[in-house]
Ligand binder design. Structure first.
Ligand SMILES: Nc1ncnc2c1ncn2[C@@H]1O[C@H](COP(=O)(O)OP(=O)(O)O)[C@@H](O)[C@H]1O
Ligand SMILES: [Mg+2]
Length: 344
C-alpha cells in the first residue's frame, strides 16, 4: 500500500512523535509497503519530486529533515494560519491510508480526523468524535461514570469558576490537579495541602481554561491496549522515582516496565475487561491504550484513554504485542488492518 506516516506537529509531544513515526515507517517498509514519513505541520521537502511513494526511500533522512524544524516550530505556529504543511494534504489524498504517528494536541484530539473525513482521507486510529472525547479528561470521566467504568472521584473546573477553597469540593488531600487536555503528564500536579493546591491551580490554568481535580489513588500503575475491541496483555509501569511524569515517561531506564504484569490472573482479567469497557464507553474504534491505577486491595481505577499512544519500537503497546508473539512490524500492519475496518 501507499502509506503516509504523519509525525511531528506542534504539540508538546512533537519529538517523541518523530521517534514513533520513524519506527512505524521503517516497519511498514520492511513489510513491503511504500511508506513515507512526513511532518504534518512542516510539510514535504521542497525537493520531494513527483514520485511521492518511491521504491527506494531513506527514512532516517526524512526524520532528520523533520527534526531540523524542531526549534522553529513554535514561531512558525504563531505566524502561520493553516496547520497543514506544504504538500501534506495532496500526498495524503494520494495515499491508500495515512498512519497517524502524531501525539497530543492537533493530531490526537480529533480535529485532523474530522478534516480527513471530509476530504476522504483514510487514517489509522479512532474517529474524530471519540478522539475529542478521550482527549478531554473531564468528558472522559463523565462517560466512564455513566458506563460504570471505575475512575477516580473528581470534578471539572473552569478558569472563570475557580474554587480556591478545596473544602468546598469535598475531596480530601492528597488530590491530583490536571489540565483537561494535556498529555505526557505535562500539567499534572499531585498536591498535599491548601498551599500546593492553589499553586497547582495557577500552574494548570496557565496551560488551559479547564482542569480536572480528582482524588489521588495510591497504588501500582498499569496500562492496557485495546485493539479492535480486545484487550492486549496488561503492562505494569513502575517509575524508580516519583510518579509517571514527563521525565519518567521518556528518559530510558527511569521506569521498570513489566509485561505481562505480575498480578493474579483474576485481576488481569478484571483490568482487561475494564479496559474494553472503557474503550466502549468512549466509542473508541481501531486501537487505543488505557491507563490504570490499582490499590493494594485490588480496586482498579481507569485514569484515561490514549487514542494515539506512543508507537516507538519500545513503547508500551509494542511490548504488550510482543507478549502475544506479534513483533513490531506485524503490530504496525495489524493497526492498519483494524483501522481500515472503519471504512468497510
Ligand atoms: N488520580 C490519580 N491518582 C494517582 N496518580 C495519578 C492520578 N492521576 C494521574 N496520576 C499520575 O499522573 C500520570 C499522568 O496522568 P494521566 O491522567 O494519565 O495524564 P497524561 O498521561 O495524559 O498526562 C499518571 O500516569 C499517574 O502517574
Ligand atoms: Mg496517561
Amino acid at each position: 500500500m501507499k502509506i503516509v506516516v504523519l509525525a511531528g506537529g506542534t504539540s508538546t509531544e512533537r519529538e517523541i512523535s518523530i521517534v514513533s513515526g520513524t519506527g512505524i515507517c521503517k516497519a511498514l517498509r520492511e513489510k513491503g509497503h511504500r511508506a513515507i514519513l512526513a511532518d504534518i505541520f512542516c510539510g514535504l521537502a521542497p525537493d520531494a519530486g513527483e514520485e511521492h511513494f518511491p521504491e527506494e526511500y531513506d527514512v532516517d533522512a526524512a526524520a532528520a529533515f523533520i527534526s531540523s524544524f524542531n526549534d522553529k516550530v513554535p514561531e512558525m505556529a504563531r505566524t502561520r494560519r493553516s496547520f497543514f504543511g506544504p504538500g501534506i494534504l495532496p500526498v495524503c489524498e494520494e495515499a491508500d491510508i495515512v498512519f497517524l504517528g502524531l501525539h497530543g494536541a492537533n493530531g490526537e484530539d480529533g480535529r485532523v480526523q474530522a478534516a480527513f473525513d471530509l476530504m476522504g482521507i483514510r487514517y489509522t486510529g479512532t474517529g474524530y468524535l471519540s478522539s475529542a472525547m478521550a482527549m478531554d479528561k473531564g468528558i472522559t470521566k463523565q462517560m466512564f461514570r455513566m458506563n460504570g467504568v471505575p475512575t477516580p472521584k473528581g470534578i471539572t473546573m473552569m478558569k472563570d469558576g475557580i474554587v480556591r477553597d478545596i473544602t468546598v469540593l469535598g475531596l480530601p488531600f492528597p488530590v491530583v490537579v490536571k489540565t483537561c487536555c494535556g498529555g505526557s503528564s505535562v500539567g499534572v500536579y499531585i498536591v498535599h495541602d491548601q498551599k500546593e493546591y492553589e499553586e497547582a491551580l495557577d500552574s494548570a490554568f496557565g496551560y488551559e481554561d479547564e482542569i480536572v481535580v480528582e482524588e489521588y489513588i495510591e497504588g501500582r500503575e498499569f496500562s492496557v491496549a485495546v485493539v479492535d475491541g480486545k484487550a492486549y496483555p496488561v503492562i505494569e509501569i513502575r517509575p524508580l522515582v516519583g510518579f509517571y511524569d514527563y521525565k519518567n515517561k521518556y528518559q530510558p531506564g527511569s521506569t521498570i516496565e513489566t509485561c505481562p504484569a505480575e498480578i493474579p490472573q483474576e485481576l488481569t482479567k478484571k483490568m482487561q475487561e475494564t479496559a474494553e469497557a472503557g474503550a466502549r464507553a468512549l466509542a473508541l474504534e481501531a486501537y487505543c491504550r488505557l491507563d490504570f491505577i490499582m490499590q493494594d486491595n485490588g480496586d482498579i481505577f481507569c485514569l484515561e484513554a490514549n487514542t494515539l499512544p506512543g508507537m516507538t519500537p519500545t513503547s508500551l503497546i509494542p511490548q504488550e504485542a510482543a507478549v502475544l508473539g506479534i513483533d513490531y512490524p506485524s503490530l504496525c500492519e495489524e493497526l492498519l488492518r483494524v483501522s481500515l475496518k472503519k471504512y468497510e
